[in-house]
Design a protein around this ligand. Structure first.
Ligand SMILES: Cc1ncc(C[n+]2csc(CCOP(=O)(O)OP(=O)(O)O)c2C)c(N)n1
Length: 387
């Protein structure tokens, strides 16, 4: 008998194929290739609470290749977030909570809006900086409240975009050990093979940024994926990149490994073949074996009751954090005063330096020091501001 983990992974693959087919648009192949990585992350690695998606101690997940969002929606649904089968069936429909790219604030469990390639990668770096600051401010010996990680999946397109290089360089410089990024090295982008336009040595590039880099040769090898992610998690001084060789459209006999599985439905005949190949009923759509749902719901509930150390999920943090972040009335008043002073000084400066003499190139440059001092003073009343 097929083991439950393999059945669970194939269920996600079939679900991705079905929902893209029903929507008649979307990206089926990438979730199909990534399902084993998603499985390891959601069932073995990440701490999260489907019933409390804002739990401050949760691990963050970023799907930088947002076009592959059926992967994320599938796991949000299966693990028990407020994303239901009806939402999955409404994939890519107007007003649904499962749009064609993940949107923060719309779908429970989505941490960040992604879609423009590279942006999610960079946002994850911002999350790593925030995590480092929270840890520096609040963690005490024996009270390691902010010890979560930021897990991301990024794709060829993400690594082609310049913004990810800048962010990766900064992450390496800052030694953001909380970042564990998985690179979906499937050799395929929208136009065809990466051979067409992307031949750099990604591992060497990221090593040069100061990242901890590992490779996994087989994107279906659950043990190798898990141990690489665990090693990335254990690396506290450097961000981690795990380059996993996956196969886009895995399980689609005629389209796997090709760009045909990237950005359009597989086609009803091909979806039938996928189901037959995985032992599913080709005449049934959106089939979730009850064992699989039970398996993932237990994983979700386990995350709900405790984190990986068996400690209760962080209600303490939830209660102290918002009150700390909200500026007090006095701080707000000081901010308004600061803005008032800035306007006053700026106008004065313009009057003295700009209007009477009209010296080209002088006036605006004179304002820069004022902004400089004003900005420098901000963290006094806005502690989360980074300068
Ligand atoms: C900045 C940006 N440019 C273009 C696109 C359009 N686009 C969506 S997916 C894609 C190809 C991505 O290829 P890859 O990252 O390899 O993803 P995979 O084929 O593995 O799904 C492109 C160009 C985009 N989403 N963002």
């Amino acid at each position: 008998m097929e083991n439950i983990e393999q059945l669970a992974i194939n269920t996600v693959r079939v679900l991705a194929a079905d929902s893209v087919q029903k929507a008649n648009s979307g990206h089926p192949g990438t979730p199909m290739g990534l399902a084993p990585i998603g499985h390891v992350l959601w069932s073995k690695i990440m701490n999260y609470n489907p019933k409390d998606p804002h739990w401050a101690g949760r691990d963050r997940f970023v799907l930088s290749c947002g076009h592959a969002c059926m992967l994320q929606y599938a796991y949000l649904f299966l693990t028990g977030y407020e994303v239901h089968m009806d939402d999955i069936k409404e994939f890519r429909q107007l007003h649904s909570i499962t749009p064609g790219h993940p949107e923060y604030g719309l779908t429970p469990g989505i941490e960040v809006t992604t879609g423009p390639l590279g942006q999610g990668f960079a946002n994850g770096v911002g999350m790593g900086i925030a995590r480092a600051m929270l840890a520096a401010k609040f963690n005490k010996d024996g009270f390691d409240v902010f010890n979560y990680n930021i897990y991301a999946i990024c794709s060829d397109g993400d690594l082609m975009e310049g913004v990810s290089s800048e962010a990766a360089s900064l992450a390496g410089h800052l030694g953001l050990g909380s970042l564990v990024y998985v690179y979906d090295n499937n050799h395929i982008t929208i136009e065809g093979s990466t051979e067409l336009a992307f031949n750099e040595d990604v591992a060497a590039r990221f090593r040069s940024y100061g990242w901890h880099v590992q490779t996994v040769d087989d994107g279906n090898d659950l043990e190798a994926i898990e141990s690489a992610i665990l090693a990335g998690k254990d690396e506290k001084k450097r961000p981690s990149l795990i380059i996993v060789r996956t196969v886009i459209g895995y399980g689609s006999p005629d389209k796997e490994g090709t760009a045909a599985a990237h950005g359009s439905p597989l086609g009803t005949a091909e979806v039938r073949k996928v189901k037959e190949g995985f032992g599913f009923d080709p005449d049934t759509s959106f089939e979730i074996p009850s064992d699989v749902l039970q398996y993932y719901r237990q994983v979700g509930v386990k995350g709900w009751k405790s984190n990986k150390n068996g400690k209760p999920c962080g209600k303490i943090i939830v209660s102290i954090f918002p009150s700390w972040l909200k500026p007090t009335k006095m701080q707000q008043k000081m901010n308004f005063r600061a803005i008032g002073i800035l306007i006053y000084l700026s106008l004065n400066q313009m009057k003295r330096e700009w209007l009477p003499e009209r010296q080209p190139g002088r006036h605006w440059r004179q304002l820069r020091p004022i902004f400089h001092y004003w900005l420098e003073a901000q963290p006094i009343w806005l502690p989360p501001l980074i300068l």
